[in-house]
Design a protein around this ligand. Structure first.
Ligand code: PEP
Ligand code: MG
Length: 601
């Protein structure tokens, strides 16, 4: 957050959401939105480098446009490809480039700002023109400007062309953008916005990529190619690190990359996980993208506790058809093996739509809008296709189905009716439909209040603590401004978890905790204390949770949990956890792994 200029190094503090450290070069990912263009004042010796950067962006944009023109010509014919000629002409116009360079030099500002100044001027002139045709051309200027801004940001390196290791820097990363990147080259992620349970954070943890969010104004200071160090332990990024610092982090990275660590993980994660007093705890994996599949076995997950199927859309940019979905779920089933996988219906809406033009796009209050089961029931065609695909895949692998964001039993009944109708249709078509267990995500307060009733009509509960905290405490899970109010250890949240687990136990159905809370070792102990025996989390979090749970006595955890349930405030619970865990397991929980004392809020 604060920008403290030291000896060339500049630091920003944020929220660490995925552990690790990395040293590398910045790759800025930019959406090209004009509203987010910042003015950065340059030192004298930076001006010519900026001009060169701008020229490179023009060259790159021209190359892209020529390629686009060739593609358009092949696909649509010459008469449609001409629009790219107009864009090319604009970029070849020496006057435009000269004007931008004059602004960079004259005002000593960054290329993005200079492009904005010059194109704003042009747009103002076009706006005055009476001729409709010419006025329409302003959209070409907008388009070319966007392309130039994206090229300046280095975004053209996105996707398959991300061939070098990079630290991804963005204002905010949409899941779809991450899905487009080549993960093997992402060393770390640093964003201005986002919170612990935002989807960027969840994916970063899933892939084991160090990530810090909530850096506020880091993006506008970092440039593609700058050196940077990301340290999630310290919760900070250091731009232009000293050579010593940079080398020290590089050395750490190499040590970590060595095979010994991976072998140790594999060794530790074999066999069932028992607490010190012999209670078995099952740890499963939450999975979003195929890149995470290999971690399921590597980190010793017992199957897939939650497959967030909506990520299929962010990878493809559209709804996959039944066959495509069936193959995707078969693949998930194959990865999970005999331990099984729980495929969740598309949890679209909220922050998860990724800009796809579906019904819920542009809602005023998406988290409370046409999200998850509401969307599925509204778009029954989408629901039926997905249900068919899941049942077909379930004929080959043990697969369950989870209904997201249930707030009323009627939603379960309607979904079940659709499932049974599609089962009958599949059978009538001579296709095999596997037996699936149907579970409800418990993540809305109303579902907790009627959990006893729900438990009689579903086969299992899946506790989504990310949304449960969001909806119980009315805190937007992705908004870093209100992150201090996102208290997983709030007594109301603990009461809700306890009540849900109790309702499942009374109805003899399993309850699995799938939210991010389970991935924090101290919180996992509280969850076990509340009676949870199954937890699902980013696969890379499994080893550290496993290590802690295997050294904890579940009866002691239950005692602490009981005390927590009696607390009046989140502060009291956190204080209690700090004190009790410190007393009982001093070596297991060094102070930095426990909730930090709160000063305000
Ligand atoms: C949750 O809400 O806790 C959950 C597991 O699902 P998601 O994070 O995808 O909403
Ligand atoms: Mg959820």
């Amino acid at each position: 957050m604060k920008h403290q200029k030291g000896k060339g190094e500049a630091r920003w503090r944020g929220t660490a959401v995925s552990d690790g450290a990395a040293a590398g070069r910045v790759l800025r990912i930019h959406t090209g939105a004009r509203d987010y263009i910042y003015r950065v004042r340059l030192d004298d010796d930076e001006v010519e480098r900026e001009v060169r950067r701008f020229r490179a962006a023009v060259r790159l944009s021209r190359r892209q446009l020529r390629a686009l023109r060739r593609r358009a010509e092949r696909a649509l014919g010459d008469e449609h490809a001409y629009i790219f000629d107009a864009h090319l002409l604009m970029l070849e116009d020496r006057k435009l480039s000269e004007d931008v360079e004059a602004v960079i030099r004259g005002e000593r500002v960054n290329g993005e700002w200079a492009v904005k100044v010059v194109t704003d001027r042009l747009l103002a002139v076009y706006d005055e023109i009476k001729d409709d045709y010419l006025r329409e051309r302003s959209s070409d200027i907008e388009d070319v400007t966007r392309r130039l801004l994206v090229a300046l940001s280095g975004e053209s390196l996105r996707g398959r062309r991300l061939t070098e290791d990079a630290v991804i820097v963005a204002e905010e990363l949409m899941p779809s953008t991450i899905a487009e990147l080549d993960f093997t080259h992402i060393k770390a992620i640093a964003t201005d916005m986002g919170g612990w349970t935002s989807h960027t954070a969840i994916i970063a943890r899933g892939l084991g990529i160090p990530a810090i969010v909530g850096l506020r104004d880091f993006y506008r200071h970092a440039r593609t190619g700058d050196t940077v160090v990301v340290d999630t332990r310290a919760g900070e990024v250091v731009l232009h690190p000293s050579r010593e610092r940079f080398d020290a982090y590089k050395a750490k990275e190499q040590a970590r990359d060595g095979g010994a660590a991976a072998r140790a993980v594999a060794e530790e994660s074999r066999g069932p996980l028992l607490t010190e007093d012999g209670v078995e705890i099952v740890l499963r994996a939450n999975v979003e993208l195929p890149a995470e599949y290999e971690g399921v076995a590597r980190f010793g997950a017992r199957g897939i506790g939650l497959y967030r199927s909506e990520f299929l859309l962010t990878q493809r940019g559209a709804l996959p058809d039944e066959d495509e979905q069936c193959s995707a779920y078969e693949e998930v089933g194959r990865v999970a093996g005999a331990d099984g996988a729980a495929v969740r219906l598309f949890d679209l809406g909220g922050d998860k739509l990724g800009g796809l033009a579906l019904e819920a796009d542009g809602e005023r209050n998406p988290a409370l809008g046409l999200r998850a089961i509401r969307f599925c029931l509204q778009r029954e065609d989408v629901l039926r296709t997905q249900v068919r695909a899941v049942m077909r895949a379930a004929a080959r692998w043990p697969i369950d189905l989870v209904l997201p964001m249930i707030s009323d039993l009627t939603e379960v009944r309607r979904a079940r009716r659709v499932i049974e109708e599609e089962r009958a249709r599949l059978e009538a078509e001579g296709r095999e439909a596997g037996r699936i267990r149907v579970g409800a995500m418990i993540e809305v307060p109303s579902a907790v209040m009627v959990a006893e009733k729900l438990a009689r009509e579903v086969d299992f509960f899946s506790l989504g603590t990310n949304d449960l905290v969001q909806y119980m405490l009315a805190v937007d899970r992705g908004n870093d401004e209100v992150a201090p109010w996102f208290r997983s250890l709030h007594p109301a949240v603990l009461q809700a978890v306890s009540r849900t687990i109790e309702a499942a136990r009374a109805a003899s159905i399993p309850a699995i905790v799938c939210g991010e809370m389970a991935a924090t070792p101290a919180y996992a102990v509280v969850l076990v204390g509340l009676g949870a025996h199954e937890l699902s989390m980013a696969a890379s979090s499994i080893p550290r949770v496993r290590r802690v749970l295997s050294r904890v006595d579940s009866r002691a955890a239950a005692e602490v949990a009981r005390e927590c349930l009696d607390c009046a405030t989140a502060d009291e619970v956190e204080e209690l956890v700090r004190v009790r865990f410190g007393e009982r397991w001093p070596n297991l929980f060094p102070p930095e792994t426990l909730p930090a004392p709160r000063v305000n809020v």
